[in-house]
Structure formats: structure tokens, C-alpha cells
Design a protein around this ligand. Structure first.
Ligand code: GRF
Length: 204
């Protein structure tokens, strides 16, 4: 039975005013299926981040680590990751770049979810509504979600999962955003589960 297998611990990184909707979807997906995956902690970088309340509702530890100095952030994060034997990091609304040194030292998969079909509509500044506005302005007939490994640049790591969604009937970028977010909630946790099971060696 899956639940008898050793618990795999993951960490989720968020920043700023992250809504935490992906965190909730991931947490529920694993709990509902009684799969041996636990969110050991969620990082926040603002003490008033809305995600803190969600963590408390779901009984998940949150740690406040400032991202003002990314070197200090990475050192502190590595301490938690090693201490808790974390097997995978999932970014959910984390907007900072992680350094090549950090990625190498962690040495395990780091995933990000991007609300479009990379390599289109990715890169610096392409987050949140900026992405959906670009899709809308380009009159793309479809958008989608990409789960990819994180490297030291924005949105360029190896793609591990993508799903398309038609948006040709959407009248506003907000409509696109709502449709894409629904897909994010459906695919992020299964993608994490797949990567944990494959015990993927980190090739980028
Ligand atoms: C999501 O749209 C995700 O694609 C992007 O950041 C957003 C986080 O949203 N990387 P939430 O905080 O999980 O609701």
C-alpha cells in the first residue's frame, strides 16, 4: 500500500503575496490519496503573506526567510532542506532566481509551474497577469501550463510536463488566467508525484 512506503518530504517556496492556491491543491491531492508525500514546510518572505493562514488551516509549517539577500536566503534554506531531508522543492509563485551553486548543492529536483506553454511567454517579468495579457495580446488560440525543472535562469529548465487549454473563446486576460489556474491545480501535484517516483536524476 502506498501509505506504508517511507514518507517523501517536499518543500514549497513562495514569495510576496502568494495566494497559495497551488500549495493548497498540492497538499489536498496527496492527502486525499493518502500518498506518502508530506509538505515539510512552506517558505514565505513577508510576515503578512496570505499563504500563512492557509498553512495554519492545513497544519503545515511555514518559515519566514527574507529574500532581500539571496545568498543568505539560500544558506538558510539549505540548512532546513538538509536537516529535514527534503527530496524535492516545488516553487509556487516564487519570483526570485535561485543560483547555480544552490541548485547544485541541493542536488535534488526543483520544480516550477509556469502559467503558459513555455518556451513561449516565459522569462524575466513574465509572471502573473503579465503572462495572460501576453497570451491575450498575441491572440493565441491556446495557452496552458508548464511544469519544469528549475535552473539558474527564468523559465529555461527542462520541461517535465505540459498541458494545453483552449483560450480562443476567452474575452479577457482574466478569463484566460482562471482557465489556466484550474489546470495548474490539476497537474502540479501529479507531476511532483511522478518526479518523486522516477527519482529523476537532475539533468538540465
Ligand atoms: C501561479 O499562477 C503559478 O503559475 C506561478 O505563480 C502563481 C502562484 O499562484 N508560478 P498561487 O500562489 O499558487 O495561487
Amino acid at each position: 500500500m502506498e501509505a506504508d512506503r517511507p514518507l517523501k518530504k517536499i518543500a514549497i517556496l513562495t514569495s510576496g503575496m502568494s495566494r497559495g492556491s497551488n500549495f493548497i491543491a498540492i497538499c489536498k491531492w496527496f492527502r486525499d490519496r493518502e500518498l506518502p508525500v508530506g509538505i515539510a514546510f512552506v517558505t514565505v518572505n513577508k510576515k503578512e503573506a496570505p499563504i500563512i493562514e492557509k498553512c495554519e488551516e492545513l497544519g503545515v509549517q511555514h518559515v519566514n526567510i527574507s529574500t532581500r539577500d539571496m545568498h543568505v536566503f539560500e544558506q538558510e534554506l539549505l540548512r532546513y532542506l538538509k536537516e529535514l531531508n527534503i527530496e524535492l522543492i516545488a516553487l509556487a509563485g516564487f519570483l526570485k532566481k535561485l543560483s547555480a551553486d544552490f541548485i547544485k548543492e541541493f542536488g535534488k529536483p526543483i520544480l516550477n509551474i509556469h502559467p503558459a506553454l513555455l518556451p513561449k511567454h516565459g522569462g524575466k517579468g513574465m509572471y502573473g497577469m503579465n503572462v495572460h495579457r501576453a497570451v491575450f495580446d498575441c491572440r493565441d488560440r491556446e495557452s496552458g501550463v508548464t511544469v519544469h525543472l528549475v535552473d539558474e535562469n527564468y523559465d529555461t529548465g527542462k520541461i517535465v510536463f505540459q498541458r494545453c487549454v483552449p483560450v480562443d473563446d476567452c474575452h479577457t486576460p482574466e478569463e484566460i488566467a482562471a482557465r489556466v489556474l484550474q489546470i495548474e491545480h490539476e497537474i502540479y501535484a501529479p507531476a511532483i508525484w511522478q518526479i518523486l517516483q522516477e527519482n529523476l536524476t537532475v539533468k538540465r
